[in-house]
Design a protein around this ligand. Structure first.
Ligand code: UDP
Length: 470
């Protein structure tokens, strides 16, 4: 009899990666596959009961296990520490991770000496789907006879960029020069649309260590049995066509949160539960929702400019001001000051139920850092966006929003109060932007509906996983 497919889904342990890989896991469970979702101990503690509360209703096929990340519990794990987290996870998690994949001599099932009952009726792990940021996880799995598939949580176009030979760009070059080598994007992508780590500030400066890591990781994804991307042909046809021949197989199955809306809360911060009631009291399409994702940090000056611009634009606004978001500030005092200065038009929260906010009829536009999840969430709801990108793939995503899909505006390098005010007003009032946003939303919803490109790719992926599992 064929072994039941049991996939170990292992995200890099930060919010954006957890969110979309949990949607993926939920979709697999819906297709009859057993899934173990691997958190770090630190994150599973933060999630508490919410982790299992997010299992698809009545599904005994999804479970959550954890491994150590090697950092002390009071470590900030902020954006500046990602390389540290990356290294310490690889060093500390290997032992317990291998135990998860190793068949137990007595029961035949793969043992999991990781603090949770390993049996629970689960068959042995037959396939790994790991974040492309974790190449050591692929190597260990293949070594132990478990086939490994890579999952990249960023856009397809951003993955292509790290294969360009010309990185980093020379010091002092023209930032408006086109980036060569990304098919279909030659006339659209400029050097300024790439993350700043792709630029070398001075000729004598070393290449950014994070750039070295990203270039290396791009090469690794090509060696996995297949690559899964949270995107769709309607959004990135040309980049996908260019990536496909370089991979052993490629599955574009996004946007995953629209494929499997059942996965509910994976938020590491507790969501403010008054947001919906506040939105219910606002007029249709009247509210600006501002959030810079889970990692971006801003200076006090940037905080003041953004806040003043939002106030000057004159619309009610809901602003996510994470406790660790403004550098060198006393969080509580800052939140209090912002609340007071914003008056009755402002609602300031530490964390919002973002997908619910975006689909609320009061939502008028979304001021975002253009993280890939946030970008996709706005696309699916047809919400016009104003992008203020910071790092990673955000500059590329914001270029797509502003110049390719034309579903919003890209503030890119300038974010002062006057620009925020003007850009937010334009995004709120422009009928053309709203039309493009709604047309793209309809197309992408067709992609994830039965018979659409992402749904069809997902079915093909499930068959692929089941075949690997035999
Ligand atoms: N998010 C949320 N509430 C917030 C802010 C963000 O639920 O108040 C979620 C958002 O819906 C998205 C994720 O956090 O799924 C952020 O991922 P993204 O890729 O946009 O940015 P990152 O945090 O990785 O920079």
């Amino acid at each position: 009899m064929a072994a039941a497919a049991h996939v170990l889904v292992f995200p890099f342990p930060v919010q954006g990666h957890i969110n979309c890989m949990l949607h993926f896991a939920t979709a697999l469970v819906g297709a009859g596959v057993h899934v173990t979702f691997l958190h770090t101990e630190h994150n599973l503690r933060r999630l508490g009961g919410r982790a299992s509360a997010s299992s698809p209703a009545g599904s005994p096929r999804l479970r959550f296990l954890s491994i150590p990340d090697g950092l002390p519990d009071d470590h900030r794990r902020s954006v500046a520490d990602l390389l540290e987290l990356y290294k310490s996870l690889a060093a500390e998690a290997m032992g317990p991770y291998r135990a998860l994949l190793t068949p137990s001599p007595t029961t035949g099932s793969r043992a999991a000496d990781v603090g949770v009952d390993p049996t629970g009726g689960f068959p042995p792990v037959t396939c790994l789907v790991a974040d492309g940021l974790l190449p050591w996880a692929f190597h260990a799995a293949e070594e132990l006879g478990v086939p490994a598939i890579a999952f990249r949580t960023a856009s397809a176009c951003s993955l292509l960029l790290f294969e360009l030979g010309e990185l980093p760009f020379p010091a002092g070059g023209d930032l408006d020069e086109s980036v060569r080598g990304v098919p279909g994007m030659e006339s659209l992508l400029r050097r300024r649309d790439l993350p700043s780590l792709c630029r070398r500030p001075n000729e004598t400066d070393d290449v950014d260590p994070a750039l070295r890591v990203l270039v290396k990781l791009s090469a690794h994804s090509g060696k996995a049995r297949a690559l899964i991307l949270n995107t769709t042909a309607s959004l990135e046809q040309s980049a996908l066509a260019h990536i496909a021949p370089r991979m052993r197989d490629l599955f574009a199955v996004g946007p995953l949160h629209a494929m499997s809306p059942a996965a509910s809360c994976s938020s590491l911060l507790r969501e403010d539960d008054g947001c919906t009631a506040w939105l219910d009291c606002q007029a249709d399409r009247s509210v600006v929702y501002a959030s810079l994702g889970s990692l971006a940090t801003i200076s006090r000056d940037q905080f003041t400019e953004l806040f003043s611009g939002l106030v000057a634009a004159g619309y009610p606004f809901l602003w996510v001001l994470r406790p660790d978001m403004v550098e060198a500030s006393q969080d509580a005092a800052l939140q209090e000051a912002a609340r007071g200065a914003g008056g009755s038009k402002a609602r300031i929260v530490a964390w919002a139920p973002q997908r619910d906010v975006l689909r609320h009829c009061a939502e008028g536009c979304f001021l975002t850092h253009a993280g890939w999840n946030s970008t996709l969430e706005a696309v699916v709801e047809g919400v016009p966006t104003v992008c203020w990108p910071f790092s990673a793939d955000q500059q590329i995503n914001s270029r797509f929003v502003g110049a390719v899909w034309r579903t919003g505006l890209d503030m890119k390098d300038v974010c002062n109060r006057a620009v925020v005010e003007k850009t937010v007003r334009e995004a709120m009032e422009s009928a053309e932007i709203r039309r493009s946003a709604q047309a793209l939303a309809q197309q992408v919803r067709r992609d994830v509906a039965v018979g659409g490109s992402s749904a069809t790719e997902f079915d093909r992926l499930v068959k692929f996983i089941k075949k690997l599992s035999t």
